[in-house]
Design a protein around this ligand. Structure first.
Ligand SMILES: [Zn+2]
Length: 124
């Protein structure tokens, strides 16, 4: 993967083909220089054109959340099975607010595992 420098992805996911693209792969990791999350989608268009899209920061989060339904498996699935309950791999934060104003912060992974990190009352 590439952002401020070239670095190794934390994880690589294989995605389902769609109407336009096949051999689709999503790589995710953190840039070692600026520490931003980076997501890179590579895929081949039906007419043989190679497509690469690299996003960082909050946009990387959006791209991954959009594509996570299409994930078939990851190259680290074998390791993942050992750790099933804990959020695994590249985590992203989810904030949920209850009616009484309490905010619960979860760390979530792409497999739907969630872990409550903290809960607090939002300041008004
Ligand atoms: Zn960077």
């Amino acid at each position: 993967m590439r952002h401020c420098c070239k670095f190794k992805a934390d994880n690589v996911y294989f995605l389902e083909d769609n109407d336009m693209f096949s051999s689709r792969r999503l790589s995710i990791g953190f840039c070692p220089i600026c520490k931003k999350p980076v997501a890179e989608l590579v895929e081949w268009r039906f007419d043989g054109v190679f497509n690469r899209q690299t996003l960082s920061g909050i946009n990387a989060n959006f791209m991954v959340q959009e594509l996570k339904e299409q994930i078939i498996c990851s190259i680290n699935d074998a390791n993942y099975k050992k750790l099933k309950q804990e959020p695994y791999g590249w985590k992203f934060g989810i904030n949920k607010q209850t009616k009484d104003g309490k905010v619960r912060q979860y760390a979530s992974d792409f497999y739907g595992n969630k872990k409550l990190i903290k809960s607090f009352y939002a300041k008004v």
